[in-house]
Design a protein around this ligand. Structure first.
Ligand SMILES: NC(=O)c1ccc[n+]([C@@H]2O[C@H](COP(=O)([O-])OP(=O)(O)OC[C@H]3O[C@@H](n4cnc5c(N)ncnc54)[C@H](O)[C@@H]3O)[C@@H](O)[C@H]2O)c1
Ligand SMILES: CC(C)[C@H](C(=O)O)[C@@H](O)C(=O)O
Ligand SMILES: [Mg+2]
Length: 354
């Protein structure tokens, strides 16, 4: 019997609700696996943990996460819980940096045409929306956010830093992924204006030369906001800077039904953390109406990443169950215009596991 040790970080707001739903799916999938068990340890991290004990990310939690085989996170942060300098507590960014989870993998897939505000993306002959945003997770415009600054200044600045190592490793991951898909990789940058981005492009071009079988193109971030609305089906894998990736991933989620449909993985060379791209959605927290699909799909990514034949089988079972349930327009949570609650859609997904 192989036991996988999973750290569970429910977090704040709707985080605990979507994580509980995903754990129900995990337990149901586990009964269909041979020789594999999951041991889940819950860790308290986030704004709630700060309000209780004064630290949103205790060192003991990081130490425990490092022992685990993988990490599942709900969502963290509350708009009312801030540091004295005015910014929110964002332990999920701190975790990415501490565990060097540089490769932010954010798949975007349309399960039913009625989920999209765009026309022409449905039916068997419709155009599929199926692409992946690779977000550089450990530098870019977030890199010097913790640098202490003199008090009382009449200005503040943030630095957008791109290092060769940072750009090279994330571009390489994007190309490797493109190789397993439709072999197309798009760089999204602002190399017409910012020297940091011209540097990112230079590194992208160098890495591209290692992958002659992958087609490339280069699109400025402002044009990409346009193209994602006009022709999202033309993209396969795109790679971009940290904050550009953050913004584009919400825009892209909007194309396929909203944040409740957008899973993600934060990967490094040693550790893997899986979480929906969405936040804590404070206005719907506690109502039992949050859409758990993004977290359930993040769980499927976790099981795939564990890279054991049985966990990979579980990942496919869950993905297929989600596709079957979400492919039927009768199955809609409130964010998609329906009336199913978190529990009800989870039960449908569990029932669809084969
Ligand atoms: N990775 C994370 O943990 C993460 C990500 C984004 C925001 N946040 C934090 O979450 C808080 C709220 O931020 P926000 O409102 O900008 O973003 P948000 O993603 O929480 O919400 C944006 C919109 O999407 C809806 N939504 C999000 N997830 C949903 C789900 N699963 N089901 C149904 N509807 C869903 C919300 O109701 C809201 O209308 C802030 O404190 C922010 O810092 C955390
Ligand atoms: C809440 C915030 C710190 C976080 C980010 O900016 O990375 C979130 O928006 C995300 O997309 O994971
Ligand atoms: Mg975001």
């Amino acid at each position: 019997m192989i036991k996988f040790d999973i750290s569970i970080l429910p977090g704040d707001g709707i985080g605990p609700e979507v994580v509980a739903a995903s754990l129900d799916v995990l337990r149901a999938a586990e009964t269909r696996l041979r020789g594999v068990r999951f041991e889940c340890t819950e860790l308290s991290v986030g704004a709630g943990e700060y309000l209780k004990n004064g630290d949103p990310l205790p060192g003991s939690a990081i130490a425990r996460m490092k022992q685990a085989d993988a990490i599942l996170l709900g969502a963290m942060g509350l708009p009312s819980v801030r540091w004295p300098n005015g910014v929110e507590m964002t332990p999920q960014i701190d975790i990415r940096e501490k565990l060097d989870l540089y490769n932010g993998v954010r798949p975007i897939k349309l399960y039913h045409e009625s989920h999209s505000p765009l026309k022409g993306y449905g039916g068997v002959n419709g155009k599929p929306i199926d692409f992946v945003i690779i977000r550089e997770n450990c530098e870019g415009l977030f890199s010097e956010r913790l640098t202490p600054r003199p008090a009382g200044r009449d200005f503040e600045t943030d630095t957008l830093k791109i290092t060769r190592r940072g750009a090279e490793r994330v571009c390489r991951e994007a190309f490797k992924l493109a190789r397993t898909r439709r072999k197309h990789c798009t760089l999204v940058d602002k190399a017409n204006v910012l020297p940091s981005m011209a540097f990112f492009r230079k590194v992208f071009d160098e890495v591209a030369a290692e992958f002659p079988d992958v087609q490339t193109d280069r699109v400025y971030i402002d044009a990409m906001a346009l193209f994602l609305v006009q022709r999202p089906h033309t993209f396969d894998v795109m790679v971009t800077e940290n904050m550009f990736g953050d913004i584009l991933s919400d825009l892209a989620a909007g194309l396929v039904g909203g944040m409740g449909m957008a899973p993600s993985a934060d990967l490094g060379d040693e550790y893997g953390l899986f979480q929906p791209s969405h936040g804590t959605a404070p206005t719907i927290a506690g109502k039992g109406i949050a859409n758990p699909v993004a977290t359930i799909l993040s769980l499927a990514m976790l099981l795939d990443w564990l890279d054991h034949p049985e966990t990979k089988r579980a990942a496919r079972l869950i993905e297929q169950a989600v596709a079957r349930v979400c492919g039927d327009p009768a199955n809609r949570t409130a964010d998609l215009g329906g009336s199913l609650g978190t529990r009800a859609i989870t039960e449908k997904i569990i029932a669809a596991l084969e």
